[in-house]
Design a protein around this ligand. Sequence first.
Ligand code: FMN
Length: 356
Amino acid sequence: MALTTDLCRRLGIDVPIFQAPMAGSSTPALAAAVSNAGGLGGLGLGTVLPDKAQADIRATRAATNRPIHANFFVHTPPRDDAARADAFRQRLAPYYAELGAGAVPPLADAAPPFGDDTLDALLADCPAVVSFHFGLPPVERVRALQRAGAFVMSSATSVAEARAIEANGADAVIAQGYEAGGHQGSFHDKVGADPIGTMALVPQVVDAVRIPVIAAGGVADGRGIAAALALGAQAAQIGTAFLTCPEAATPDAHRALLLEGTPTGTILTTAFTGRRARAIVNRYARDMADARDLPDFPLLRSVTAPLAGKAMQGGSTDFSAFWAGQSASLARAAPAAELVRSLAAEAEAVLARLRA
Ligand SMILES: Cc1cc2nc3c(=O)[nH]c(=O)nc-3n(C[C@H](O)[C@H](O)[C@H](O)COP(=O)(O)O)c2cc1C
């Protein structure tokens, strides 16, 4: 039985498997391998400057003629809040001292949100699919990308966000559940609002919007893909399960923890970057469980990343932001094309068994 959906036909892909765009972890080699295997390969370009984004898109294009997906961040620019920054730098100072990492550096914004320069580059040479995380791009930008031939999507973590994405003119919505590895694509990180799991979120979003829905969060094998389709999604966006492919830019220590089944578990925390993201539990994530009034995303990353780097030089993952979803222990170390083929075959077998 062929595993395909209307969305696959519309995009010209063979199987409803989207390799999640993962800033810092997805690579042109990974995305091209997934697209060549009939899925949709993704590039996470939210943390790079426009030139690098363009270079990665070109490198992927050079390795595949199939559709590819480029993803960008549309977060609210961070506030310049000196008191908040100083308080947090003081909180980190003992860690810097312990690691011999010198003084805590000033906070810096390495990658501004999606802007005109990136838009212009995309309009000149547009990937088949463009998506946004952390909010809505202005509707004129959505329209401009669509006129240039792109299929435009945004991430939603609630029904209200999914409705707003549809109203903003997107072609599809990615319903991202609480289980997901990496950053939640919520428009705002509201303290006190409980994130919603994929199983609860996807059918509600499917009922609320008319555009296709892609399920993300906790899908890591064929059973998860079949379940996503059963909930009404037209594809599954899978991140963590691709981190252990040789083509991913995953540090060895991160890869090893995934393949060991993340013995410490995962946690949704704002303490690494200023926005909620699911990471493997380590000393820093535990210590910061009570942290409030953190500097805004992405400023916070500029003072947590050096700590992680310094600790890693000594072989410690105590401070590393190793993103992972709740299904991390289903990870396997297969090349991306083989993983896509296995996932599709597993999902087909599950669906055939359910129909028998
Ligand atoms: C290492 C990593 C990095 C991620 N980076 C991005 C990103 O740059 N943009 C984005 O839209 N989603 C990003 N995500 C979230 C994925 O799009 C997706 O929602 C998530 O991986 C799905 O859950 P799973 O990890 O359980 O498969 C990232 C996820 C991971 C694991």
